[in-house]
Write a protein that binds this ligand. Structure first.
Ligand SMILES: [Zn+2]
Length: 272
């Protein structure tokens, strides 16, 4: 496993300091696209090496679950490429993993790797909803929200501490932060709205209904006092997000799509 070397970090720092325009869509990001990929691979390795915190569903034991997961991933990526909106469809790794825990969540790393809790897969009602959540996570990767945020939150301090040797592994720190509740990768409200918007754009050319994320929120809104209330105290309220998702969908033409509830059930049944 190649790690970001100190000289590489030093270069990064200077590249960051002197070329602050090295960013996309006007956002400062001290990481290059290749460093997004590299960092994502390092954090993935940290996660896979920590089964106590991240009990990854064993593919040898549950091959069918991963077949479903990758089938949906391939569909979202090919549709995203077709939409012309997914920038790194051919460049990122886009590895997908299932974490076998009754947790209602999913998360994305820089460079395309994403993780889905079995609790979330079991909770959702159809494939359109799951594909919507996946496309939302893909948007966080493809829009480079994580390293944009890390540039903002950690700034040059973390880069400096890496050079000084106080912080030998940024990847280990991110993996630890993730376990504490996604703090390292806690996205802004703006990022969340953007990920919702791009999720619709990626899925729209496919046969699937592109409003999947909205269906997920609608399903959660029907429940009272659930954990999601806490989640949404620090995130944009689902009602606002639902409305914007419907608007984005209308702006593209409002095409109806398939939800594939029956096919999704066989994905759910393939889980332990
Ligand atoms: Zn998000």
């Amino acid at each position: 496993m190649k790690t970001i070397s100190k000289s590489g970090v030093l270069f990064l720092l200077f590249a960051g300091l002197f070329f602050l325009s090295s960013c996309d869509d006007g956002k400062v990001n001290i990481f290059s696209v290749d460093e997004d990929i590299q960092l994502g691979r390092e954090v993935t390795a940290e996660i896979l090496a920590n089964p106590a915190e991240y009990p990854i569903l064993d593919e040898a034991q549950y091959p069918e679950a991963y077949q479903h997961l990758r089938r949906i991933r391939d569909q979202v990526i090919s549709s995203g490429k077709q939409s012309g909106q997914l920038r790194y469809g051919d460049r990122f790794d886009w590895d997908v993993y299932i974490i076998d825990q009754e947790v209602l969540n999913a998360f994305a790393l820089p460079g395309g790797n994403t993780f889905y809790y079995s609790g979330l897969i079991k909770y959702l009602e159809d494939e359109a909803s799951f594909a919507g959540v996946m496309a939302h996570e893909f948007a966080h990767c493809d829009r480079r929200h994580a390293t944009n945020r890390m540039t903002k939150i950690y700034g040059y301090q973390v880069v400096l501490s890496m050079i000084l040797g106080n912080n030998p592994s940024l990847a280990a720190q991110i993996a630890a932060d993730l376990a504490l509740g996604l703090r390292a990768l806690a996205f802004s409200r703006e990022d969340e709205y953007e990920a919702d918007e791009y999720a619709v754009k990626y899925i729209y050319p496919s046969e699937l209904d592109a409003r999947g994320v909205a269906y997920f929120f609608e399903q959660m809104e029907l429940e009272e006092g659930a954990e999601w209330m806490i989640y949404f105290s620090t995130h944009p309220h689902p009602s606002d997000r639902i409305e914007k998702i419907y608007q984005n969908h209308q702006a593209l033409g409002g095409k109806e799509g398939e939800k594939h509830a029956v096919r999704y059930q066989s994905f759910q049944n393939s889980l332990p």
